[in-house]
Design a protein around this ligand. Structure first.
Ligand code: G1P
Ligand code: ZN
Length: 544
């Protein structure tokens, strides 16, 4: 087969964001756009000749086409073998699992996560390194730099691979193995959790759950694990067939986008436990009957109870959370006598801590939880961890969380998103806040006094790398906080995220609605950032 070198010109803006390169499908469909980025990835790597690459995605529109393009380019660029999920499918955590299990050089995951899919919607591509985790910034920066200078890419003249047939084929000198996308991942889950205890709980018929796969990648994983291996009744998994456009929905597991699930679980005779995952399977939402668990609380509860799961029976080395995630996990860490690391937003910052054995579980307020079993956040992992905890504690979700608050106090928390802002207005607002940080300490706002304010900067305790400009923090007395940052994953305009938190030790106030409990801080947050005058918005678009 002939290797072809194709002349090309750089595209503007091939800069990976919080999690890979995400653009509208039509942007990816421009001639050479995908090829340029893939070539830039390969040219930023060293020593992959003859090595293994893992490849798969969340099944959204353009996934299959991209897989074929990448297979030909990987062969032309000298990879020895590619492991690709059947149908071009691999959830993000499963890709991480496969990279690690087979000692691959790295992996390419095709996904725009929770963003909608379809011809008019989003597509994305991210590179993961040999530890199974997202490429660190020095790699993503190198990819961006390459993409700005690219002149050629190389590909092979070869036919498409039949992605639906498991087995091994050759593409030029490279071997392509089409693998079962679920098996390795399901096997790993069995080593971590008490499948017998969970299966027994389902077998009684008294415990019922509903899992919403949102027509995204986790459908086949959830059916295999929950219904086949754990014996949950058929129909426990809803929206279980992955669709290229996710059925026209937004595959984001939160109260706004998983409405149907919330309705089912909150019905008078609704199930005890509800859960959902996003487009590529790395996010999770956990709800009990008429009880919503915030992701920050979920992380803290998981950390406090992890030892109930066989894979974590010896305890945790440490906990890591992204900076805007609530400080509930810090209280658990203090109680367990283990460190709690505070990293910038994005899973990639957990990689070094997990590799060095400094942290065992990690989480983000954005519906992301996971552990050192892979190097990505993992939606189904969180669901299984909750099932394991419920099976062992024999308590409802609500009671488990309330008991947690009674013991540790409650970090009342909410995130307000202002989406689709004009980029200039959003950047102006952040500039204004950054300038204000110097004069804020000591200022009083009613009950709250500013103790410290800065633009968060992080130095990785393992590799010493520094990441600055990671969000403006306003830290008040009594552990209250407001954090502001701009999203790094959006594909339209700018999104301002405002994170609001207050600590409530008083048990009699634990059942308060967060929007009410945080009302005065929410006002302060709007006022400090001049949100109304600068953006013209009098309310957030999404509240989680
Ligand atoms: C968002 C979340 C962040 C998460 C990322 C990828 O990024 O806030 O925690 O890691 O998606 O799922 P953002 O859009 O805020 O940059
Ligand atoms: Zn995702």
């Amino acid at each position: 087969m002939t290797i072809r070198t194709v002349e090309t010109k750089p595209f503007e803006g091939q800069k990976p964001g919080t999690s890979g390169l995400r653009k509208k499908v039509v942007v990816f469909q421009q001639p050479n756009y995908l090829e340029n980025f893939v070539q830039s990835i390969f040219e930023s790597l060293e020593g992959f000749r003859g090595q293994t690459l893992v490849l798969g995605g969340d099944g959204r529109f353009y996934n299959r086409h991209a897989v074929q393009v990448i297979l030909r380019m990987a062969a032309a660029n000298g990879f020895g073998r590619v492991l690709v999920g059947r149908g071009g499918i691999l959830s993000t955590p499963a890709a991480s699992c496969v990279i690690r299990k087979y000692g691959a050089f790295g992996g390419i995951v095709l996904s725009a996560s929770h963003n909608p899919g379809g011809p008019q919607e989003d597509f994305g591509i991210k590179y993961n390194i040999g530890n199974g985790g997202p490429a660190p910034e020095k790699v993503t920066e190198a990819i961006h730099a390459r993409s700005r200078a690219i002149e050629f890419y190389t590909t092979l003249e070869a036919d498409d691979v039949d992605l639906d047939r498991q087995g091994t084929v050759q593409v030029g000198d490279m071997t392509v193995e089409v693998i079962d996308p679920v098996a390795d991942y399901a096997e790993l889950m069995e080593t971590l959790f008490d499948f017998d205890a969970i299966a027994e709980m389902f077998a009684t018929g008294e415990f019922r759950m509903c899992y919403d796969a949102m027509h995204a990648v986790t459908g086949p994983y959830a059916v295999e694990i929950l219904e086949r291996r754990l014996g949950a009744p058929g129909g426990t998994v809803i929206n279980g067939v992955p669709l290229e456009d996710f059925g026209g929905h937004h595959p984001d597991p939160n109260l706004a986008h998983a409405k149907k699930l919330v309705e089912i679980v909150n019905a008078a005779d609704g199930p005890d436990f509800g859960a959902a995952s996003d487009g590529d399977g790395d996010r999770n939402m956990i709800i009990g009957h008429r009880f919503y668990v915030t992701p920050s609380d979920s992380l803290a509860v998981i950390a406090a109870n992890a030892a109930l799961a066989p894979g974590y029976k010896d305890g945790l080395a440490g906990i890591a959370r992204s900076m805007p995630t609530s400080q509930a996990a810090d209280r658990v860490a203090r109680d367990l006598g283990i460190p709690c690391f505070e990293t910038p937003t994005g899973w990639k910052f957990f990689g070094t801590l997990l590799d060095a054995g400094k942290a065992t579980v990690c989480g983000e307020e954005s519906f992301g939880t996971g552990s050192d079993h892979v190097r990505e956040k993992d939606g189904l992992w969180a669901v299984l961890m909750w099932l394991n905890i419920i099976a062992r504690r024999r308590d409802s979700v609500a009671e488990i969380v309330r008991a947690h608050w009674r013991r540790y106090g409650r970090n009342i928390y909410s995130r307000h998103d202002y989406e689709g802002l004009e980029t200039d207005a959003a950047e102006g607002l952040m500039d204004h806040l950054r300038k204000a940080t110097g004069s804020l300490p000591g200022q009083r706002f009613g009950y709250y006094e500013v103790e410290k304010s800065d633009d968060f900067s992080y130095t990785d305790p393992v590799d010493g790398s520094t990441s600055s400009g990671q969000g403006v923090r306003v830290l008040f007395n009594h552990g209250s906080r407001i954090v502001y940052r701009l999203s790094g994953t959006g594909t339209e305009g700018a999104t301002l995220r405002v994170y609001i938190e207050r600590f409530e030790p008083d048990e009699t106030r634990h059942d308060m609605d967060p929007q009410q409990a945080l009302a005065d801080l929410i006002d302060i947050a709007r006022e400090l950032a001049e949100i109304g005058p600068r953006t013209g918005r009098d309310a957030p678009t999404v509240i989680t």
